[in-house]
Design a protein around this ligand. Structure first.
Ligand code: FAD
Length: 336
């Protein structure tokens, strides 16, 4: 059922930075609407690594990504911001003070300013070029994200890739599953400490290293996997008995429809002025992973800070001519 909403600020993307933008805008008494293509809020934290602890959120020595999103939802609850989930924003027209956004579900959102918190955009995994892949994806025999570690208990799991995700999940699953790691060369791109832990686990026989091999074929029927066939560059093949394959070849980044809005871009990111987080189009702001400027770090904490900067820069667009007096949250509390 299409919705037609009117608000001060439309936030495109309900990842951690889009969620925190609700708070920062709300603290300035600016209303907002959150829109996300996914069915749940939380962006990468919810979709890619809900059970992984994050160690660099200030004042949380360790917090699981899913728990961080739950805490953000608690923090923004007082603002009762409408959410349009499972809807991709595709169209944008108008100008600062009078924008109209449309979604693929025919919703319309009238807003005075727009915050693009679209992260990696319509992000998706890089898929290995294997025959019959969709049939195995459909049954979950091939997965690109570990949503629940327990799903792999007592399974034979083949992990492919040489980056952080491959190494971290090999280490996280080795105690509950039989894990083989397929990589095309002995050197891993993962953090040196994790790569060293992987070597140590392999030396103890807790993980089987299958090097230098690449994925070659899937064996099984009706989406039920029985083996993953791997091959060397010389064409020598081996079949690894397997129930699950986890290929970790990174995410492909695609800004999707946002790319056509005319904002200045650099390498699939939206260029912003870090003093305001405004893009090259007045009234449109970008924060979090999608935003690019010299010195940008793709960290959640930096996205949080950008949410505050953007909210203050948006205030005069919503309330032209009205002075904004900076106040600490300790002085004003949380407006209901
Ligand atoms: P995202 O989380 O990417 O959310 C963007 C949202 O926008 C998505 O939900 C997407 O569906 C939506 N969207 C995009 N386009 C549209 C559209 N057109 N219409 C509607 N919705 C749209 N960061 C840290 O700080 N510390 C860590 O320890 C850490 N560990 C990580 C571990 C892993 C495995 C991964 C993958 C990332 C990690 N990160 C970490 C990075 C962190 O998750 C990102 O920096 C953060 O998620 C960025 O938040 P965001 O809100 O900008 O974007």
């Amino acid at each position: 059922m299409p919705q037609h909403l009117e608000t001060d600020v439309a936030i495109v993307g309900a990842g951690p930075t889009g969620l925190f933008a609700v708070f920062e805008l709300g603290m300035l008494k600016l209303s907002s609407v959150l829109i996300d293509a996914l069915a749940e809020v939380g962006g990468q934290c919810t979709a890619l690594y809900p059970e992984k602890p994050i160690y660099d959120i200030p004042a949380h020595p360790a917090i699981e990504a899913g728990a961080l999103i739950t805490r953000l939802e608690e923090q923004i609850a007082p603002f009762a911001t409408p959410r349009l989930l499972g809807r991709q924003v595709n169209g944008l027209s108008g100008q600062a003070g009078d924008f109209m956004l449309t979604t693929d579900q025919d919703d319309t959102i009238k807003a005075k300013a727009v915050v693009v918190a679209a992260g990696a955009g319509a992000f998706g995994p890089n898929r290995p070029p294997l025959d019959d892949l969709p049939a195995y994806e459909a049954t979950g025999a091939v997965q690109y994200y570990v949503r629940r570690r327990e799903d792999f208990r007592n399974k034979r799991v083949v992990i492919a890739g040489g980056g952080d995700s491959a190494v971290d999940w090999a280490l996280a699953l080795k105690d509950i599953a039989r894990v083989s790691v397929v990589h095309r060369r002995p050197k891993f791109r993962a953090a040196p400490e994790s790569a060293a832990q992987l070597d140590e686990a392999a030396r103890r026989g807790e993980i089987e290293m299958v090097i230098p091999y690449q994925l070659h074929a899937l064996q099984g029927s009706d989406g039920v996997l029985s083996a993953v066939v791997v091959a060397t560059l010389d064409g020598e093949t081996r079949a690894l008995p397997a129930d699950s394959l986890l290929p970790f070849f990174g995410l492909s980044m695609d800004l999707g429809p946002i790319a056509a809005w005319g904002m200045q871009q650099a390498m699939h990111h939206v260029t912003i002025d870090p003093a305001t987080c405004q893009t090259s189009i007045p009234g449109i702001f970008a924060i979090g992973d999608v935003a690019a400027y010299p010195g940008k770090l793709k960290l959640i904490l930096q996205g949080f800070s950008e949410a505050a900067v953007a909210a203050h820069a948006i205030f005069p667009i919503v309330h032209p001519g009205e002075a904004l007096h900076f106040e600490y949250s300790t002085s004003k509390g949380v407006p209901g």
